[in-house]
Write a new protein. Structure first.
Length: 179
């Protein structure tokens, strides 16, 4: 698999997992304790390729920004279905993490920047940005991990609500390494 968590986001993911674990162990999950916002999605690469073939620019413009489309082009100008699928999975994961499934947010309000030789990051626009702020999430503190293997693409989005004191550089008790 091709899964990586950017180094600057590794602490956020570890901190979110540790805080969720502590909350569950203490029975605080339902008492209003700060919990991470997590979304995961898995996409069939072939389904994305078929949608591009069947609907062309209509599909691409509905689901992907022009910058995303450009980032998914190969050197010969053809679109890379696996890259599109990972971005689609990232948007679905973000919708789940931010609780936007019923909000009617446009797909292009959730943008995946970077990728390839640059770390991927989630850029929120308009209502998606407002939803993140409403959940007390700093949009630049959303960790994004993308992966694809064969016919499957997946993405995970993790955000930790709270103020600056709950950012990874100040959170105690990092997740201990596995034995």
């Amino acid at each position: 698999m091709n899964a990586t968590v950017p180094p600057e986001h590794a602490a956020l993911v570890a901190a979110a997992a540790a805080q969720a674990s502590r909350a569950l162990q203490a029975g605080q999950a339902s008492t209003g304790a700060v919990r991470p916002c997590i979304g995961v999605d898995l996409v069939d690469v072939d389904a994305i390729a078929r949608s591009v073939a069947d609907f062309g620019a209509c599909f691409l413009d509905r689901f992907f920004t022009k910058a995303e489309q450009a980032a998914c082009r190969q050197a010969d100008g053809r679109l890379d279905a696996a890259r599109l699928a990972t971005r689609f999975a990232a948007k679905e994961a973000a919708i789940k993490a931010l609780g936007l499934s019923e909000a009617g947010v446009r797909w292009t309000a959730l943008e995946v920047a970077g990728g390839g030789s640059h770390e991927p990051r989630l850029v929120l626009h308009g209502p998606a940005l407002a939803a993140a702020r409403a959940r007390a999430l700093a949009p630049d503190a959303l960790a994004l991990s993308l992966s694809h293997e064969g016919r499957l693409a997946c993405a995970m989005v993790v955000g930790l609500p709270g103020d600056a004191s709950s950012r990874p550089d100040s959170l105690p008790d990092p997740v201990p390494p596995l034995p």
